[in-house]
Design a protein around this ligand. Structure first.
Ligand SMILES: [Fe+2]
Length: 254
């Protein structure tokens, strides 16, 4: 499986502090079914891109070296989780922090109080840059928990959504679970990822979390959200629509 959202890099954000801790996260991911990770460290301000890239590229190289030295069957792809606020209106060169150099930009916002109008402007600004937004963990935003139609509106506009596996596993509270589940059932979300920060707390034990997903989420849906769609992102291809047959709920699981 592909983990499209992970704070696996060390000494760059609120993820692991050391290479050792990054490796623990990598080992946990492999143990629980992950073979590709997009390293999506936080980028909080567009002015910081140059500094961010220097640091991120160094951490990616060092982590890849250690993975290869230890023979771990895991590939690391460079990316970022870009915090979007009004500074995006002046932002330049966000194409440098897309997922594996693709057209797809993983973005997040403040968790409360964002108006629909502003959210739509932010998403449109990403499109105007020639990029395709993937909105991280929509189920965590109160303004989407209270307005599912807004999420559907953004999806129809061409934005993509990535929900967190722990939300869908019911580990983070009812509101988050409820929206995550609705977005999977209605095909509003295209990706599931871990948003892992540490092997100790917010981990990437993905297969274990999948066992706690609602039983009516089919194997086909999981394949699409954890492999087919993220694989298109990493290779900069268009994301195929979900096949209608995937609407059946046969209860098959990994
Ligand atoms: Fe994140």
């Amino acid at each position: 499986m592909i983990d499209l959202h992970s704070h696996v890099l060390f000494d760059i954000d609120d993820g692991p502090e050391t290479l050792y801790e990054s490796m623990r996260l990598c080992e946990m991911g492999v143990e629980y079914g992950i073979d590709r990770i997009a390293a999506t460290s936080h980028l909080y301000h567009p002015d910081e891109i140059a500094t961010f890239l220097r640091r991120r590229n160094d951490r990616v190289l060092r982590l890849r070296e250690e993975i290869s030295r230890r023979g771990l069957p895991l590939r690391i792809y460079a990316g970022a989780e870009v915090f979007v606020d009004d500074s995006i209106f002046q932002a330049q060169h966000l194409e440098k922090v897309t997922l594996n150099g693709s057209r797809y930009l993983l973005i997040e916002f403040e968790f409360h109080g964002l108006s629909a109008r502003r959210l739509i402007r932010y998403v449109d600004t990403v499109f105007e840059m020639g990029l395709v937004p993937i909105i991280a963990h929509p189920e965590r935003y109160s303004f989407l928990q209270q307005d599912f139609a807004l999420a559907q509106f953004l999806a129809e506009r061409g934005a993509y959504f990535q929900i967190n596996a722990d939300s869908l596993a019911g580990l983070t509270g009812f509101e988050e679970f409820d929206l995550a589940y609705r977005m999977v059932r209605h095909r509003t979300a295209s990706f599931i990822a871990t948003d892992a920060h540490s092997h100790l707390a917010r981990g990437n034990d993905l297969l274990r979390m999948i066992r706690s997903f609602p039983p009516d989420i089919s194997r086909e849906t999981l394949d699409y959200m954890l492999y087919t769609a993220p694989s298109c992102v990493l290779s900069d291809k268009e994301i195929p629509p979900v096949r209608r047959s995937e609407h059946r709920h046969d209860g098959q699981r990994f």
